[in-house]
Design a protein around this ligand. Sequence first.
Ligand SMILES: Nc1nc2c(ncn2[C@@H]2O[C@H](COP(=O)(O)OP(=O)(O)OP(=O)(O)O)[C@@H](O)[C@H]2O)c(=O)[nH]1
Ligand SMILES: [Mg+2]
Length: 456
Amino acid sequence: MYYSEETIAAVATPAGHGGVGIIRVSGAKAGEAEKIITGKQTSPRFASYTDFRDSNGNKIDEGLVIYFKEPHSYTGEDVVEFQCHGGPIVLNRLMQEILKIDKVRLADPGEFTKRAFLNGKIDLTQAEAIQDLINATSIQAAKSAVNSLSGSFSGKVYELLNALIKIRTYVEATIDFPDESIDFVSEGDVLKELQVLKDKVQDIRNAAKQGILLNEGINIVIAGRPNAGKSSLLNELLGVERAIVTDIAGTTRDTIRETINIDGLPVHITDTAGLRSNTDNAVEKIGINRSWNEIQKASRILFLFDISGNDSQEQIALFEEIIKNTENKIPCTILFNKTDKKPDFKIPEELQNNTYIKISVKAKTGLLELKEHIKHFAGYANTTEGIFSARRRHLNAMDKVLKALNNAEANLNNNANMEIAAEDLKIAQNSLNEITGKYTADDLLSNIFNTFCVGK
Ligand SMILES: Nc1nc2c(ncn2[C@@H]2O[C@H](COP(=O)(O)OP(=O)(O)OP(=O)(O)O)[C@@H](O)[C@H]2O)c(=O)[nH]1
Ligand SMILES: [Mg+2]
C-alpha cells in the first residue's frame, strides 16, 4: 500500500451556504482527528450524532461523524468524515482545529482520488472518470463517465492486454528456443491474432473518441458580414436572448461564447462582430480583430450569408477571404439566412460546391437540419451505448499501441526480425499500461490530479 506520513484534510462540499457541509480527513491521523473534534472514537462505518468542539471545549457545531478503517474507505487509508452545517464559517473553524493536529495538512487538488489510485482502490481511467462525472454537463456525458467508473474502459484495456501478452509469449518462445523444430509464430497463428488485436484497438479508439467529444465538445464560430443574423442565430440556438439583436449594422462588438447541448453533444458557439473593412468606429475595429482571432480558433465556421440584400459579390469575397485566412484548414458551412424574405433564392454558382444549408432564423426554418449537420460533422454517434468517458491522453496512448503493433506486424512477416518485433510488442504493452496507470511517469500523474479541485 502507498504510505504517506501526512494526513490530509479538506472541505469536500462546494463553497457557499448549504444544508450540509462535509470535511474529509484521510491518513494515519484520521482517528485522532475524530477524537480531538468529537471526544470519541466511533466504530467504523457507523454514523454517530455528536458535538464538534474546538481545543478550548467550545462547541462549533453538531452533526454526524463517520469513521472508515483502512482499507475500506475511498482512499484506502483511515478516513473520517465530519458532516456539519454547510456554512463557510463553521467549516473554516472546524478546518482550523483539524489542521492544528501534528502531521495533518490541507489536501492538494485531487489528492484524495490520487491516494485512492496509489492505494489500488481504482485505476487511472476510473480516477479520471470521477472527475468527468463531477464535471459532466449532459446526461450522456454523465452516463459515459459512470461506465468508465465502473471499469468498462479499463476492462476493455485489460482484454487487449491479455491478447497482447498471448502474442508476446509466442514471439518470445521463438526467440528463446531457436533450435526447436516448432515454428511458434505460425503455430500460434500470431499474425492473425495480431490483426484481430489491431481491429479491437481501433474499435476502442473510436469509442474513446466519442467519450472525448462528450467531454470536450466542439468549437463553432459564427461569422459573416454585419446584420447577417449571427446574433439572432446564437439566441435562437440558445433559446434565450443572450446577444443584442438590432437592424443596425455593427451591433455586436465583443465576441460572445456560450455552450449549447445538442442531444448530449456540448457545442461551444461564439458569436462575433460582423466583418467589414469600411468602419471608422474604433470599438467596432477592435471587435472585428477579435472576430478574426476567434475564426482561427474554430473547429468549424458557420458563415452566415444574408440573402436579402444586393451584396452577394461582397459576401462571396468575404467568404473567400475567410477560407484564405484560415489556409483552407478550418472547415466551413455556409448558412444562407433570411430565406423567408426570398423563398425562391438561388445559390450563387461560385458557392455551389461548398457545404451549405438554407435557413431562416426568423421563420425558424432549417434549424433542425443545422443541428443534425453539427452532430454529423462532429462525428457524434448519438448514443451512449458502449461509450465511456475518455481523454486525449488515452487516444494518444492507443495511437502509440497501433503504431507499435503495425511495426511488429512488419517485423514478423516472413519471420523477418523477431527481436525487433518482440521489442515493438513490449512498447505496445507499456502504452496500454499507461492508460490504466500501471506504467505511468510521475509527472503524468501530477498533471492528471492537478486538474482536480481541492477536496476531491
Ligand atoms: N427577415 C429576417 N430577418 C432576420 C433573420 N435573421 C435575422 N434577422 C434580422 O436581421 C437583423 C440583424 O440581426 P443580428 O442578429 O443583429 O445580425 P448580426 O449578424 O449579429 O449583426 P452584427 O452584430 O451587426 O454583426 C435584425 O433586425 C434581425 O431581426 C431572418 O432569418 N429573417
Ligand atoms: Mg450581432
